[in-house]
Design a protein around this ligand. Structure first.
Ligand code: HEC
Length: 152
């Protein structure tokens, strides 16, 4: 193969590979993974709060402890520029996040505060837990309303 042909093959290969690579920034799946862990724990607490399952102080406390820790995971490498839903497939992260980073960060801080509060009350009884779960759910929603696209 001549040099030019080789170059042509490389460019063609790169041209085909690039969009796929752009779709697969690992940070997207990784941040979605943390949200799945939120639901893993929040779903249990929500089930107890809504009476779909019996309140169990130990299980509630464990789930709240988990939420506290998962919400402490450092976010600095999970939201790289260019991983918004207008730029790539496979994400519901609205581009507004990167235009209002301070607000996004403060909504994440509100989530951390709500998780800390819930950790303090989850094992104290169903009513105490229910209030903490409600506040945490509002912190999830407040961010989703602005920064998460509707499911397609
Ligand atoms: C500071 C903003 C913010 C907060 C607070 C927040 N989320 Fe999200 N959440 C997002 C964004 C943005 C996405 C889209 C991520 C993506 O697709 O790249 C998302 C995605 C999700 C997903 C979909 C994950 C997937 O598999 O694609 C779930 C489930 C979820 N969040 C649950 C929660 C729960 C439960 C809470 C509260 C305990 C919460 N989120 C709090 C911003 C937030």
């Amino acid at each position: 193969m001549t040099f030019i042909k080789t170059l042509g093959a490389l460019v063609l290969g790169a041209g085909l590979a690039l969009p796929a690579l752009a779709d697969q920034d690992p940070a997207i799946e990784q941040r979605q993974g943390q949200f799945k862990l939120f639901v893993h724990n929040f779903g249990l607490l929500g089930g107890m709060a809504q009476g779909r399952m019996d309140y169990d102080a130990e299980m509630a406390q464990t789930a709240a402890d988990n939420l506290f820790h998962v919400t402490r995971h450092d976010q600095s490498r999970l939201w790289p520029e260019g991983t918004d839903s207008m730029s790539v497939d496979g994400t519901r992260a609205n581009p507004a996040i990167w235009e209002n980073l301070d607000d996004f960060v403060s909504k994440f801080a509100a989530l951390q505060d709500a998780a800390e509060n819930l950790q303090g009350v989850a094992g104290s009884g169903p009513d105490e837990m229910r209030a903490g779960v409600g506040a945490l759910g509002q912190a999830c929603q407040a961010c989703h309303q602005v920064y998460r696209d509707e499911a397609s």
